[in-house]
Design a protein around this ligand. Structure first.
Ligand SMILES: Cc1cc2nc3c(=O)[nH]c(=O)nc-3n(C[C@H](O)[C@H](O)[C@H](O)COP(=O)(O)OP(=O)(O)OC[C@H]3O[C@@H](n4cnc5c(N)ncnc54)[C@H](O)[C@@H]3O)c2cc1C
Length: 527
């Protein structure tokens, strides 16, 4: 019999003391919940703190799992979170991708272009200028502007005081000027009109499945620069990150209760009182609660519309959560030599040309998907080249809507299985054609996650995988606030991703502690 594969996440056990009262309860042990818990305990010695998690292990979307003797991972890259990791005391052996940050293949009919996007903004400028020499000046201007803009984000305060509001236009004028700008407007401003160049630049708004004419310019620059500047992954499996965070949290005296779903956040007279866990007959009370769940679950269901001001419910109704995804995880035989396939990059992206993300997003908004034979966008990852484990490939198609997936899984398993196969074949065919010849001949294990999988796994009613969509209309002051209308109930929502999750912890603890640790800064810049 094959030896059971041991994953770091499975070694993390509950240490719930069954206490009925805590100073702080955090719902969810994803990166947001764990970083909130860790930073909270680092800055408040001795506070009774409990993280409640519905899964039997920590990590949420950052995880690894075994199927048929292969280990698959959800996440593929860690942006530049090294400063926060050092602050938390997180020691992990990380592989830094110093050369190419992304391999990008663009298919336009018979025309197939390939780009190797280098790590580092300066290298990126040089590289693009060598391919598009006539646009050299525009590229330099666009990128230099972005670097300055991103530097000014450091000057912003999470919740500005009156004084901050007066000074912000002077210390961060570029941010203020672009708060309502889309990424596409900035590309226009710098005359990035060459179709091919524009397609490469739009990669960064497409990261989260949002087209450039809707994506926030500040957010897209942020996504581009924070991942391009320094980009890592663990040498081991990704679940090591949450497992280590959970271990540190426990060392600081925190408790974690696994396999326990919160089914109600209890509110009395506009103030949070505690939570009810499924199967328990009494409430666990807490002075403060942080929810790290999809707001459509955390606020609308667990708090309940009836306990929220009408205006806030309207705001929730008008909030668009990011799309869902189809993920095809493949375990391959050992006859394929993945090292020869030029895949050892944080991200390999295959898509059709300009206009693809817009059309795919329209499909998602219409409640389905916009993929077609001549329109696709997929991320391809090859983690086994780093972990050294048996050959694996993951193909990720974004954006998909929940559509009929939940219903099929529940009421029509045959249809559900057939749809999974159909989409699996669809994506494998594209990757085989443009990236990994004969891929299908080497498949030993195929594990397909659908929008219904993501919905069940995270509790998000729509299977959203990247939190609130990064639309310009949901950016900055227009994002759902961390302070909810319920006193002492907090909902940190910096942005999606591991970086975003860690910033959630930074921002929410700093807010609760009245700027005691990060001086109110929106990015990590502790006193
Ligand atoms: C397939 C995939 C690949 C990705 N790749 C990357 C990447 O390479 N790099 C990157 O930076 N980001 C990536 N992301 C995004 C990133 O993983 C997420 O944005 C981030 O991990 C979110 O963390 P979180 O803690 O906010 O939420 P989550 O990870 O969703 O954590 C929420 C937790 O709450 C728990 N929960 C839900 N309901 C309840 C309840 N009722 N009671 C108790 N607990 C509950 C869930 O089980 C979960 O553990 C990826 C996401 C996906 C889905």
């Amino acid at each position: 019999m094959a030896k059971k594969i041991k994953l770091a996440k499975d070694a993390v056990k509950s240490n719930f003391s069954n206490s009925e009262k805590y100073d702080m309860i955090i719902i969810g042990s994803g990166i947001s919940g764990l970083s909130s818990g860790l930073i909270w305990l680092k800055n408040t010695k001795g506070k009774r703190t409990l993280i409640i998690e519905k899964n039997s292990y920590p990590g949420g979307f950052v995880t690894a799992y075994e199927r048929g003797g292969y280990v698959f991972e959800t996440t593929q890259l860690l942006p530049d979170v090294v400063n926060v990791m050092d602050y938390l005391g997180l020691n992990m052996k990380l592989k830094e991708f110093k050369g190419t940050f992304m391999r990008r293949i663009v298919v336009d009919g018979d025309d197939v272009s390939e780009y190797k996007i280098p790590a580092g903004a300066d290298n990126f400028i040089k590289y693009l200028s060598s391919i598009f020499p006539e646009d050299k000046k525009n590229i330099e201007n666009f990128m230099n502007y972005g670097v300055e803009l991103f530097a000014q984000v450091r000057k912003l305060k999470t919740i500005p005081t009156f004084k901050d509001k007066i000074t912000t236009p002077f210390v961060a004028p570029k941010v203020i000027a672009n708060l309502n700008k889309t990424y596409s407007e900035l590309l226009d401003k710098f005359n990035i009109t060459n179709t091919k160049l524009r397609e490469v630049m739009e990669t960064f708004s497409a990261f989260s499945g949002v087209p450039s004419d809707r994506a926030s310019a500040v957010m897209s620059y942020g996504a581009m620069l924070s991942s391009m500047n320094r980009c890592f992954r663990p040498y081991g499996y990704f679940d090591e990150l949450p497992a280590k965070m959970a271990g540190l949290f426990k060392n600081l005296g925190g408790e974690i209760r696994f396999s326990s779903a919160v089914e109600k956040i209890i509110v009395k007279d506009g103030r949070v009182k505690g939570v009810m866990v499924k199967g328990d007959s009494s409430m666990i009370s807490a002075d403060m609660v942080i929810t790290t769940l999809d707001p459509m679950l955390g606020m609308r269901k667990l708090v309940g519309d009836e306990n929220l001001p009408e205006k806030y419910v309207k705001r929730l109704e008008n909030t668009l959560m990011s799309p869902s995804s189809i993920n095809i995880a493949l375990g391959l035989d050992d006859k394929i030599d993945l090292a020869k396939m030029d895949l050892d990059y944080p991200y390999n992206v295959l898509s059709t040309g300009l206009g693809t993300t817009e059309a795919l997003f329209e499909g998602f908004l219409a409640g389905d998907n916009g993929f077609a034979e001549d329109r696709f966008h997929a991320g391809v990852l090859c983690p086994s080249l780093t972990t050294g484990a048996k050959n694996t490939i993951t193909i990720r198609g974004v954006p998909f809507a929940l559509n009929g997936w939940l219903d099929w899984r529940k009421n029509d398993p045959k249809k559900y299985a057939a749809e999974k196969e159909r989409w699996g074949d669809y994506f494998i065919d594209k990757i085989e054609r443009y990236m990994i010849p004969n891929l299908s001949k080497h498949i030993v294990v195929k594990d397909i996650a659908t929008p219904a999988t993501y919905s069940r796994y995270s509790g998000s009613p729509t299977g959203s995988i990247y939190d609130m969509a990064t639309l310009v209309t949901q950016f900055g002051p227009k994002r759902l606030p961390m302070k909810t209308p319920i006193e002492n109930l907090f909902q940190p929502k910096f942005a999606h991703g591991i970086y975003g999750g860690m910033m959630n912890g930074v921002q929410v603890v700093d807010l609760i502690l009245d700027r005691a640790f990060n001086d109110g800064n929106s990015l990590f810049n502790p006193r």
